[in-house]
Design a protein around this ligand. Structure first.
Ligand code: ADP
Ligand code: ADP
Length: 228
C-alpha cells in the first residue's frame, strides 16, 4: 500500500525532515508512528498525500509512483485517501450532515448515493442524532467523529490520522480508537501518528518509531517506548 525507497525530504530552510527512509506498509495494516515532535511524522503523511515532494528517493502508493503522477491526477488520487487531524478541520458554517456530504459532493456523487451513505456513516460513528447541528455545538470527541465520518464516507483504501486523539481525554480517545479498529477491520489500511503512550501500549500493533528523520525502531506488536 505504501512504499518508501530511500526517501529524503529537506525543507527550503535546510531542515532535513526525513533522511533516507525505507519503509513498506501492506494493505490492511494498522500502524502507529511515534517519536518526539519534529521527528518527521507529519512530513511522512504530507509526502504520502503528495502535499510535499521528496528531494530524493521513490514513493509508491498502491501501484502509483508519486513522482510520475501528473498534477491533474492528484485530486482523484487524494480521494482514495482519508485524512484526519488533531484539530478536526470541520467547516463551521456547515452542519454535521453537510460536513460529511461535502466529501461526496466534490466527487459528484448522486443525491441518492449521498442520502444513502451519509446517514450510514453517521450511524457508524454514533452521530445519527446530531446530523443537523453545527460543529461548535459538539464536544471535541464528537467533532473528531464527524471528521472521521467525512474521511471514510467514500471508503478510502488508506486512512492517515495525525494525532487524532491529541485534544481528547482518555475515554473519548478510546471511542475514536474503537472506530479506527472497526474501520481497519473492514479493510482500510491505517497509519496513525501519535504521542499517546497508553493507546499504543495497549493496542500492540506495528510501531514505527522515528527520530530526527530516521526510523529508529520498527516492531510488530510494538510498544511506545521507554521514554514518554
Ligand atoms: P513531527 O510531525 O514528527 O512533529 P514534522 O514532520 O512536522 O515532525 O517536522 C519535521 C521537521 O521538519 C521539524 O524540524 C520541523 O520543524 C520541520 N518542518 C516541518 N514542516 C516544515 C516546513 N514547512 N518548512 C520548514 N521546516 C519544516
Ligand atoms: P453500507 O454497506 O450500507 O454502506 P456499512 O455498515 O457497511 O453500510 O457502512 C456504513 C458506512 O460506513 C458506509 O456508508 C461507509 O461510508 C462507511 N464505511 C464502512 N466501512 C468502511 C471502510 N472500511 N472504509 C471506509 N468507509 C467505511
Amino acid at each position: 500500500m505504501i512504499q518508501f525507497q530511500g526517501v529524503s525530504k529537506v525543507y527550503p530552510n535546510g531542515v532535513v525532515a526525513l533522511n533516507e527512509i525505507d519503509l513498506s506498509i501492506e494493505k490492511g495494516e494498522f500502524v502507529f508512528m511515534v517519536g518526539p515532535s519534529g521527528a518527521g511524522k507529519t512530513t511522512f503523511i504530507k509526502l504520502v498525500i503528495r502535499r510535499e515532494l521528496p528531494n530524493q528517493g521513490q514513493i509508491y502508493i498502491g501501484r502509483k509512483n508519486l513522482a510520475r503522477m501528473k498534477e491533474r491526477e492528484i485530486p482523484r488520487f487524494r480521494r482514495n485517501i482519508g485524512v484526519i487531524f488533531q484539530d478536526y478541520k470541520l467547516l463551521p458554517n456547515k452542519t454535521v450532515f453537510e460536513n460529511v456530504s461535502f466529501a461526496l459532493e466534490v466527487i459528484e456523487a448522486s443525491r441518492r448515493e449521498i442520502m444513502r451513505q451519509v446517514p450510514a456513516v453517521l450511524e457508524l460513528v454514533g452521530l445519527k442524532d446530531k446530523a443537523n447541528v453545527f460543529p461548535q455545538e459538539l464536544s471535541g470527541g464528537e467533532q473528531q467523529r464527524v471528521s472521521l465520518a467525512r474521511s471514510i464516507v467514500n471508503r478510502p483504501l488508506l486512512l492517515l490520522a495525525d494525532e487524532p486523539t491529541g485534544n481528547l481525554d482518555p475515554d473519548t480517545s478510546w471511542g475514536i480508537m474503537d472506530l479506527l479498529m472497526e474501520i481497519n477491520k473492514r479493510g482500510t489500511t491505517i497509519v496513525m501518528a501519535t504521542h499517546n503512550k497508553s493507546i499504543v501500549d495497549r493496542m500492540r500493533r506495528r510501531v514505527i518509531a522515528m527520530e530526527n528523520g530516521k526510523i529508529t525502531r520498527d516492531e510488530q506488536k510494538g510498544v511506545y517506548g521507554l521514554e514518554g
